[in-house]
Design a protein around this ligand. Structure first.
Ligand SMILES: Nc1ncnc2c1ncn2[C@@H]1O[C@H](COP(=O)(O)OP(=O)(O)O)[C@@H](O)[C@H]1O
Ligand SMILES: [Mg+2]
Length: 274
């Protein structure tokens, strides 16, 4: 479990400090799929960077399986357990051949050669990129590159995977591929996932959706309850998923519909209308 207790983070400037996180407490349990949403500047990336010790608390603590990130001696282990993926896949790919890129992490960990081969193949298989093992990354699409970046993190066998807007630079197809990969890693391989996104159609698959605003957590609930809080969500600048919005509009027009979250659900309820 990742345990966040009364976490405050202030960025020190020359003459003042910016409080990016203000007394946050939250537990992330093994096997969970948590989505974080919130407008720009609400503190999501700052929080993400605390989960693997890229930043350390100004006040409070972050513990990964009991290891506090404020202790230098824990950081190596913490970073092995918590993998991070960022927005731009181009900044995360270092080698000129896909499989070499994926091998980079385990090589740094000092894993024996034979096992590296196995880990690279397994990781590429998990993201459906094995047939691209010998490709040059610059020939791949954005979605494929992002999946290679994810494979690079998986090859280090992390328990927790933190993804900070991994789909925001991708086209719709790339977004779909990456989201499907993330969902499968969680449901089939049990990887704990923390996904930060602006796409509410990605949030509907989470176990919990957490909304941040001005450095605080303002809502933490399963998707259906979360998107029922329309008044609060409006105040903090969060849209409803497209299908939820449309089903609400239809209800307003007196169509007798159940509230839907996903397109599939909306299609199902529409088909049952006469
Ligand atoms: N390196 C930094 N130095 C100073 N202020 C920062 C830095 N990074 C982020 N901030 C500030 O911290 C706040 C939260 O930012 P961030 O965590 O990036 O939010 P989000 O990811 O939700 O957009 C913002 O006010 C932002 O300007
Ligand atoms: Mg951010």
């Amino acid at each position: 479990m990742i345990k966040i207790s009364n976490l405050t983070h202030a960025y020190k400037q020359a003459d003042h400090a910016i409080v990016a996180l203000d007394d946050i407490s939250l537990d992330i349990h093994e096997g969970e799929f948590i989505v974080f949403v919130g407008r720009n500047g609400s503190g999501k990336s700052t929080l993400a960077k605390h989960l693997n010790g890229l930043l350390t608390p100004t006040k409070g603590t972050v513990e990964v399986d009991g290891m506090g990130t404020h202790l230098e001696e824990n950081l190596w282990k913490v970073r092995q357990r918590v993998g991070m993926i960022f927005q731009n896949p181009d900044n995360q790919i270092v080698a000129t051949i896909v499989e070499e890129d994926v091998a980079f992490g385990p090589e740094n960990l000092g894993i024996p050669q034979g096992e590296i081969r196995e880990r690279v193949d397994d990781a590429l298989k998990s993201v459906h990129m094995l047939e691209y093992a010998r490709f040059e990354p610059h020939l791949l699409s954005g979605g494929q590159k992002q999946r290679v970046a994810i494979a690079g993190v998986l090859a280090m066998k992390p328990k927790y995977l933190i993804l900070d807007e991994p789909t925001s630079m991708l086209d719709p197809r790339g977004k779909r591929e990456v989201l499907e990969t993330i969902r499968k890693l969680n449901s089939e391989q049990g990887v704990t996932v923390v996904l930060i996104t602006h796409s509410m159609d990605e949030a509907i698959y989470a176990d919990r959706v957490v909304a941040m605003d001005c450095g605080s957590i303002v809502l933490d609930a399963p998707p259906r309850e979360f998107f029922d809080e329309t008044k609060l969500l409006k105040e903090i600048g969060i849209n409803l998923p497209p299908a939820a919005l449309l089903s609400r509009e239809l209800k307003k027009e007196s169509y007798d519909l159940k509230k839907a979250l996903s397109i599939e659900e909306l299609a199902g309820t529409l088909c049952s209308l006469n």
